[in-house]
Design a protein. Structure first.
Length: 370
């Protein structure tokens, strides 16, 4: 692909040096706890960065047929296949790419156990507790469809499975809360865990964050593993890529209508959708300066706003801005709303050079429709 010191904006910029910091923490946890780490492709699937990541992780976990195929073909290592519901026409292909397949319900397990005879089979459990305070993202919300809740219903099908997936953490940077919830899992599902050979604790555990007590985390994972005789898996997504990428944008225009506004060549609805979904503010700059400006996207959506930020000087057309922490749940959700130019994807190598690995044009926009 093309190479440039300063690619044209907008573009996502993955910094390998920053990514490596997360990978080194993951490698440390693997070594000290005995747990294996699988990249959650639902969060980050930019396979041009997999060359670095596969050196520090054991494989991938997926949420769809496309993801499990990508994990097998682009990452390698262990490939776990999960879906809320497998379709009849998907199951055999999914099995062909996977080392383990995790079913969301007993119904799906019994329906497709025969199709998955050649690989390890697992079942998702829902402990009914989570770290999420946002209903939309809470896997243990009332009437959640994500996994089986009743241990008594699972016991009769233990001969069909060898392990479990329990994903109930969500952006949880609180080790004490993780510890308490894991204890609750043990109390609720202990008899099932004793009969398993592996248990995935899912993702949403922000153990690569600054100041997280890694020693205590590793000790807790090891104790859990030894208590039940299971291989523990972690499925870091955001934890694997946190603070490792930016969305680089350029100011196109400014306006004053009681507030100072700056319109950039990007869009939260198209390029950082999670900001819109969860009503979150982007991270731009260090928050200091005398000039407050609302940074706005260029789509026609009235609420296409990155947030209000302070800068040391007034913004003007041509100024460059970096939106921080733009790796997780960004590139996997980007879309063509308004036909806004899709950001390129670039990688900053450890020597500081920038390599553009993907560019998008009109043909990509046209081919996404019919």
């Amino acid at each position: 692909m093309s190479q440039a010191l300063e690619p044209r904006t907008p573009y996502y910029l993955i910094d390998k040096a920053k990514l490596l910091r997360n990978m080194e923490k993951i490698a440390y946890v693997r070594e000290k706890s005995g747990a294996k780490a699988l990249l959650a492709l639902k969060c980050f699937a930019t396979w041009s960065a997999f060359d670095l990541m596969r050196e520090h992780m054991d494989g991938t976990t997926s949420s769809s047929l496309n993801e499990v195929r990508l994990g097998r073909q682009r990452f390698g290592g262990e490939t776990h296949a999960y879906s809320v519901a497998w379709a009849d026409h998907e199951i055999d292909e999914a099995v062909s790419y996977a080392d383990k397949i995790i079913f969301n319900t007993i119904g799906q397990l019994e329906r497709f156990a025969g199709n998955a005879q050649g690989i390890a089979r697992g079942l998702r459990l829902n402990p009914g507790v989570s770290s999420s305070t946002f209903d939309l993202a809470d896997p243990a919300r009332p009437f959640s469809r994500l996994g089986e809740w009743d241990a008594a219903r699972v016991l009769p099908v233990m001969d069909l499975i060898s392990g479990f997936m329990i994903h109930n953490n969500c952006e949880n940077g609180d080790f004490a809360l993780f510890d308490r919830m894991l204890t609750q899992i043990e109390e609720k599902f202990g008899e099932l865990l004793k009969r398993a050979s592996w248990v995935s604790l899912g993702g949403g555990i922000h153990f690569t964050g600054e100041g997280y007590p890694l020693e205590a985390f590793c000790a807790r994972l090891k104790r859990f593993s030894e208590s039940y005789g299971v291989q523990v898996y972690l499925e870091p997504g955001e934890a694997a890529v946190t603070q490792s990428a930016t969305l680089e944008v350029t100011v196109l225009d400014t306006l004053y209508n009681g507030k100072h506004l700056a319109m950039v060549d990007s869009s939260i609805e198209a390029h950082m959708l999670d900001l819109l979904i969860y009503r979150e503010k982007a991270q731009i700059g260090d928050g200091t300066g005398d000039h407050e400006v609302m940074i706005c996207g260029k789509s026609c959506l009235a609420g296409d706003v990155f947030g209000e930020f302070r800068f040391p000087h007034p913004l003007k057309p041509g100024d460059r801005l970096s939106v921080l922490n733009a790796a997780g749940y960004t590139m996997v959700k980007k879309n063509w709303f308004n036909g806004v130019a899709m950001p390129s994807i670039a990688i900053r190598e450890p020597d500081g050079s920038i390599r553009v690995v993907r560019e998008f044009g009109y043909a990509d926009y046209e081919s996404s429709l019919s």
